[in-house]
Write a protein of this length. Structure first.
Length: 147
């Protein structure tokens, strides 16, 4: 069983006892401390573009404060291409690696076909017509928009 680090537990208890939320500084400090306790740390923020704009800014603020002091920590952020998100990454000096929808099209196609077949075999999806099945698969692939 994984033990909760004492500093994190103390932060929780202090905030809970005083009925307060931890400060941003407390959270960033604790995050750094946790990262330093491991040889390597990987943090993933998926679908940043799907967050509210205020939450996106919180993520960028967190990244800019955290990346300066955590040498053993790597961040991976996914998002559709949006101008303001790209601008924020440029502002904090973070490289952007664009992946276009066509780069993942075959993966999505394979995934959707496999998933539909599996659901049919498990009787969770009842489609008897091959034409209807093809339409369902086509629509799912199209709506995925490369994601």
């Amino acid at each position: 069983m994984v033990e909760i680090p004492s500093t994190l537990l103390n932060l929780y208890r202090n905030c809970n006892r005083n009925n307060l939320a931890p400060t941003e500084t407390d959270l960033v400090t604790e995050f750094r401390r946790l990262c330093e306790s491991y040889q390597h740390t990987f943090v993933v923020f998926d679908a940043l573009d799907e967050c509210e704009k205020a939450r996106q800014q919180d993520v960028f603020d967190f990244l800019s404060k955290s990346t300066d002091h955590t040498n053993n920590t790597k961040f991976f952020v996914t998002s559709r291409r949006e101008f303001d998100i790209e601008l924020n990454f440029k502002d904090i000096g973070t490289p952007i690696i664009p992946i276009e929808a066509r780069d993942v099209g075959n993966d999505i196609n394979d995934f959707v076909h496999g998933r539909v077949e599996k659901m049919i075999q498990q009787r969770r999806l009842r489609i008897k017509s091959e034409i209807l099945k093809a339409k369902v698969i086509s629509e799912l692939i199209m709506k995925a928009q490369g994601m």
